[in-house]
Each structure stands twice: as structure tokens, then as C-alpha cells.
Design a protein around this ligand. Structure first.
Ligand code: GDP
Length: 139
């Protein structure tokens, strides 16, 4: 398996509910290497650019408003098979359908307020990492 990098976000709902430490603990327990991390309140425009692939979806407006309401924690995780590994730890998008033990099952409140983001493929990981971090932050 290849060493990969993925973009992870602790979304504003989870930061606001005081879940940052709990989620970072799970990241450490899973032995990800955190390459870079920052807290950031996205602007509405940044959230729209980040989720541009969803622009035609009915929840786009609500999602981008939510993602720009308050601070998020944005980070790059590295591990073997990091993209699929982080998505497994997050669980399915809808907490009601997520597997037991996953972040979204245990901590998520709804399909929108589902605590975390993770890139879903190598090309989206490259786009999403570059969206928030410059090359010198990624060495
Ligand atoms: P993910 O890759 O598992 O995060 O899921 P998607 O890429 O399909 O959706 C992006 C984000 O949009 C999700 O993590 C949710 O926060 C939100 N979302 C997805 N589906 C819905 C929906 O049906 N309604 C609402 N309100 N939000 C949704």
C-alpha cells in the first residue's frame, strides 16, 4: 500500500460542541502523521469553492453557510492508504447509516452536522490540500 495524504476537516459543528480533542485523539490512535494543521473560519466564498462539485445539489447553500459559520480545524493527514483509512474512521455521510465505532456514528448529529470531512480520492485530495495549504507548509 502506498503512503498517501488526505485533507481532513473538523467541521464547525464539532469544534463548537467541544469535540476537537476527541477527534484528534482518534487521529493519533489511528497513527496518522499530521503534516500541518490550522484553525480557520472559512469565508462563504471559500466554502463555495471547496464544495464546488456540489454546486447543483439542493443542500449547497445550507452546507456552505454552515461551513462558514465559525472556526473549523483543517489538516493534512499522512499514512498508508490515508484517503480510504480516514473515510473508514469517519464513517458514512449520514450518521444514521454509519458503522458502529465511527466518528459520524458516535458523534455526528445529522447528515449535514456530521463532524468531519475527508477527501474521497487521490485527485480530490490533491485539490483540497492545495486549496488550504501552500507547498512550503507541506514539506
Ligand atoms: P462526504 O464525502 O461523506 O462528506 O459527503 P458528500 O461529499 O456527499 O457531501 C458533503 C457534505 O455535504 C457532507 O459531509 C454533509 O455535511 C453535507 N451533506 C451531504 N448530503 C446532504 C444532505 O442530503 N443534506 C444536507 N443538508 N447536507 C448534506
Amino acid at each position: 500500500m502506498a503512503i498517501e495524504r488526505t485533507l481532513a476537516i473538523i467541521k464547525p459543528d464539532a469544534v463548537g460542541r467541544g469535540l476537537t480533542g476527541e477527534i484528534l485523539s482518534r487521529i493519533h490512535a489511528a497513527k496518522f502523521h499530521i503534516i500541518v494543521i490550522k484553525t480557520r473560519r472559512l469565508t462563504k466564498k471559500e466554502a463555495e469553492g471547496f464544495y464546488a462539485v456540489h454546486r447543483e445539489r439542493p443542500f449547497f447553500e445550507e452546507l456552505t453557510a454552515f461551513m462558514s459559520t465559525s472556526k473549523a480545524v483543517v489538516m493534512v493527514l499522512e499514512a498508508e492508504n490515508a484517503i480510504a483509512k480516514w473515510r473508514d474512521i469517519m464513517g458514512a455521510t449520514d450518521p444514521a447509516k454509519a458503522a458502529p465505532g465511527t466518528i459520524r456514528k458516535e458523534l455526528g448529529a445529522s447528515i449535514q452536522y456530521n463532524c468531519t470531512h475527508g477527501s474521497d480520492a487521490a485527485d480530490t485530495a490533491a485539490f483540497e490540500i492545495g486549496y488550504f495549504f501552500s507547498g512550503s507548509e507541506l514539506v
